[in-house]
Design a protein around this ligand. Structure first.
Ligand SMILES: Cc1cc2nc3c(=O)[nH]c(=O)nc-3n(C[C@H](O)[C@H](O)[C@H](O)COP(=O)(O)OP(=O)(O)OC[C@H]3O[C@@H](n4cnc5c(N)ncnc54)[C@H](O)[C@@H]3O)c2cc1C
Length: 461
């Protein structure tokens, strides 16, 4: 059986094994070592699923589920439902013109390393075989909660027993003067990447606004297209949500070695040009030449449909511990959902939430108590993982660091009252699975507290 990475779409084929990690041909997925990670994106084994959904075993009373959005959250709800229950009718309404694809691979698509067919998880025939009806380029434009009906842009009316709002998010665009100039982009979809690629054909200098996860990945994509790339970040170090200053500096050094440039602790005042952008003016008066600007300044959950339907919304659609919205027939999950005040904006929580939504549609009454955020970045050979509360401070909190900047390595473990609550690992791929596990379990490490200080301490052994 082949297994697919739910982050990037890489398929593990037992017949081929994984020579890059010394896995011999003929090794079944179940027999892979614990330290094995996705060779493309660095995701750990728990983020893989069998390529084909197992045959559903449960019979049920039936009913119709309409899912708004075919990103990872919407797709996973459908997958979990077909896997478990015969007799449900499943519709997915999709605004984009493509079937479910690996959004995290967009920077490599942008760089020209992958084609559209490499991004797609399944062929259209797969959906037909599973009995999932996908309405491409036909978004839900209105929800009639009284009549339990969703109206698509084409005019098609879909009645539902359960509605799932998985409409994701869009890039946030701060009100920067000049953002409407040509040559200024955000990156969220295949079509965005196609437009950027076309514009890059006659561009030389790119400025990326925002040194977060997506900004760096997109910057690397632009670098591969032959552009010179400068990243402008308002904080004084990179990945301010996932890394501390020391980690940010190690990452910056590694990216600089690949040719990326950085302006930190500064923000963009305006974008300047006649028709196309030509310069970026910073708050401190500095000017950067740019004929392509990519704004990567966070996300804005796509709540419009839910708000117009009268559902309770804040920054996202508010959900309870069953991931129900303020209407018990309507669930929300993924980037659009706000649970206990939190919007995650990454894939692992979207997967957790989608599983809970599917289980609750099947009547199981499963509660969701939040996810431990994990970010993995794998750009041009840099393995970086940040898990849990890596920026915790205060009484009872200890930081145990191993710094090897010359080798491009950094490891930090955060303990609260002796328990592991967060970890950063740059260049320690073998140790990542164990670090993820001890943070997930909030393992009590007091008995080995002194050993942890030893630079040779290896979490993998
Ligand atoms: C370039 C890039 C790289 C990333 N890399 C990583 C990574 O390495 N690791 C990680 O964990 N996360 C990463 N992310 C974030 C991750 O992609 C998101 O967290 C994830 O896609 C959220 O899934 P979702 O299904 O909630 O929303 P989305 O993926 O945004 O999907 C929602 C879909 O719903 C559609 N839609 C919206 N409104 C409607 C409507 N009314 N009707 C029908 N359809 C509608 C949208 O067009 C969209 O296709 C990355 C994101 C980007 C853009």
């Amino acid at each position: 059986m082949r297994y697919v990475c739910r982050i990037c779409g890489y398929t593990y084929d037992p017949e081929a094994g994984d020579p890059s990690q010394g896995i011999a041909p003929g090794t079944a997925f179940a027999d892979l070592p614990e330290a094995w990670v996705c060779p493309v994106c660095g995701a750990d084994r728990s983020l893989f699923q069998p390529e084909s959904a197992p045959e559903a075993t449960e019979e049920g009373p039936g009913g119709r589920v309409v899912i708004v959005g075919n990103g990872v959250a919407g797709f996973t709800v459908a997958w979990e439902l077909v896997k478990r229950r015969r007799g449900l009718e499943i519709h997915i309404a999709a605004e984009e013109r493509y079937h479910y694809y690996a959004r995290p691979q967009l920077p490599r698509f942008l760089a020209g390393e992958l084609g559209i067919e490499d991004l797609l998880f399944y062929e259209p025939s797969w959906y037909e075989a599973q009995g999932i009806r996908v309405w491409l380029r036909d978004p839900v434009v209105r929800v009639d909660r009284e009549g339990r009906q969703a109206e698509l842009r084409s005019g098609q009316i879909l009645s539902y027993d359960w509605l799932v709002i998985a409409s994701g998010s869009r890039p946030a665009t701060p009100p920067i003067v000049g953002r409407e100039l040509s040559g200024v982009f955000t990156l969220r979809t295949i079509d965005d990447a196609l437009a950027i690629r076309e514009s890059a054909l006659d561009a030389q200098q790119a400025v990326v606004v925002g040194g977060g996860l997506l900004g760096l990945e997109a910057g690397k994509g632009l670098l591969s297209l032959g552009l010179s790339v400068t990243v402008v970040e308002v904080n004084d170090h990179l990945l301010p949500r996932q890394l501390d200053r020391e980690g940010g500096e190690v990452l910056q050094r590694l990216l600089e070695q690949q040719g990326m440039r950085f302006v930190l602790g500064n923000s963009v005042a305006r974008l300047v040009g006649m028709d196309r952008v030509r310069e970026v003016h910073l708050e401190n008066g500095q000017r950067l030449r740019a004929d392509l600007v990519l704004i990567s300044a966070g996300i804005r959950p796509e709540i419009e449909l839910a708000r117009d339907a009268g559902l309770t919304c804040d920054r996202g659609v508010i959900v309870d511990d069953y991931l129900r919205t303020s209407d018990a027939r309507i669930y929300a999950c993924g980037d659009v959902a706000q649970h206990r005040g939190r919007i995650y904006g990454i894939i692992p929580p979207a997967l957790d939430q989608a599983q809970v939504v599917a289980a609750n549609i099947l009547g199981e009454k499963v509660e969701y108590h939040g996810s431990i955020p994990t970010a993995s970045l794998k750009v041009a050979g840099i393995d970086l993982t940040s898990v849990g509360d890596v920026l915790a401070e205060g009484p009872g909190v200890e930081h145990i660091r191993l710094m090897q900047p010359e080798e491009g390595r950094y490891r930090k473990l955060v303990l609260r009252e002796g328990k592991a609550v967060g970890a950063i690992a740059i260049g320690f791929r073998d140790q990542v699975p164990r670090l993820l596990q001890i943070v997930a379990e909030q393992a009590d490490l007091r008995s080995i507290r002194r050993e942890l200080e030893n630079p040779d301490f290896d979490f993998a052994s």
